[in-house]
Design a protein around this ligand. Structure first.
Ligand code: FMN
Length: 356
């Protein structure tokens, strides 16, 4: 390969990590450059702004020119270093941020391992039912669901829509109960999967490997839910009840600001929607699927969104999925007393009584 004479620079998609004592430098190509020599990192970082190779070589007088050029050639080969020619209209550098790019590659091409069971036998999966909070007061949700006018699934799919206008009335406890019973409850007790050595359950929406990692927290505003005090609640899908958490006012205000702001409803005169925050107990999924966990969790959140949207269409409620995810994770974690790296916010949704 003849090295280019034009300016060259490091791609922002280049990733460096250390595995078993070796430095792995990954670019667009499937195989990384693997080395134990840190000077390769120095060369990579010398191109953090566009420079001519002939200028950079002078920064490494201790290196033989041929060795230097070999390193540059390898880095160009894997796309860790770019030239104007490689940055054409189709270049991933134009369209991706580094974390999303690697996430996509990892999940689309199955880079990385799958199956914690095979290599970490001492780790056990988190239980299917999330342990509750000691001394948390609970609100039993009614299980007698009123008859609704029959609607076909096709009709509901046509009716399904995002609604951001709320009636000046709290959501009825029976409405919330139906939504959660039909959409989110555990429909089976945990049972041991002996092959996986983990408990699995069932819910009304699908989940990769029946791992069901999602938990639902509900932020109830003043006059948001009939007969229920404002605050933060966890929905227990095994027992179909709400557990009240010790709220931290400033955190709740921040989550509310973010969530209502994302839907542009912070200054509405109508009623106030409930905020649904979905978390994932990530270990439930990564225990089995390791490097594919995040992709599976995101898909599962999509299943929950559509399930709740269809139920809202059936009940004439106002749902709005939100693109916010990590925002509020640490605040909610502090309220719930959990580690946001192990149980992470992965989706938000607003649900309220619909303005007719
Ligand atoms: C993953 C996802 C993220 C969304 N994020 C937001 C959001 O942050 N704010 C908002 O007002 N609507 C949000 N929505 C709702 C979309 O704007 C809405 O679904 C889209 O405009 C189509 O309208 P429809 O749902 O009424 O068919 C989101 C929907 C999805 C599925």
């Amino acid at each position: 390969m003849t090295l280019p004479t034009c300016k060259v620079w490091t791609s922002h998609l280049t990733v460096v990590n250390w595995r078993r004592g070796q430095i792995h430098i990954s670019g667009r190509a499937k195989e990384p450059v693997v080395t134990t020599d840190p000077i390769v990192l120095s060369i990579l970082s010398a191109f953090s702004t566009p420079k001519k190779i002939s200028d950079v070589v002078q920064q490494f007088p201790e290196l033989d020119q041929e060795d230097f050029e070999n390193v540059v050639e390898q880095l160009l080969d894997i796309g860790a270093l770019l030239t104007p020619a490689t940055l054409n209209g189709q270049a991933p550098e134009l369209w991706w941020e580094v974390h999303d790019y690697w996430h996509m590659l990892h999940t689309a091409t199955a880079r990385g391992g799958v199956g914690r069971l095979t290599n970490q036998k001492s780790v056990s999966a988190p239980p299917a039912v999330r342990p509750g909070w000691e001394n948390a007061s609970v609100i039993e949700l009614p299980r007698q669901l009123a008859e609704l006018a029959p609607a076909s699934l096709d009709q509901l799919l046509d009716l399904r829509q995002t609604v951001r206008r709320y009636a000046k009335r709290p959501l009825a406890l029976a409405e919330l109960s139906r939504l959660l019973w039909s959409g989110m409850r555990n429909t089976q007790s945990p049972r041991e999967n002996t092959t996986l050595q983990m408990e699995i359950i069932r819910r009304p929406y699908p989940s990769g490997g029946s791992t069901y990692s999602l938990e639902l927290y509900i932020i109830v505003p003043p006059d948001g839910l009939e007969t229920v005090e404002p605050g933060v609640y966890h929905y227990c899908p095994a027992r179909h009840l709400l557990e009240r958490l010790e709220s931290i006012e400033q955190h709740v205000s921040q989550i509310r600001r973010n969530a209502l702001g994302a839907a542009g409803v912070e200054r509405q005169d109508g009623g106030q929607p409930l905020i649904f925050a979905l978390t994932s107990r990530v270990g439930r999924v990564s225990y089995k699927y390791e490097g594919n966990a995040h992709a599976l969790i995101a898909r599962e959140v999509g299943c929950v969104y559509q399930t709740l949207y269809l139920l809202c269409a059936n009940m004439d409620l106002a749902p709005c999925a939100l693109g916010l995810s990590g925002l509020g994770s640490s605040e909610l974690a502090e309220i719930g007393g959990f580690d946001p790296h192990l149980e992470t916010v992965v989706g938000y949704m607003l649900v309220g009584a619909k303005q007719i």
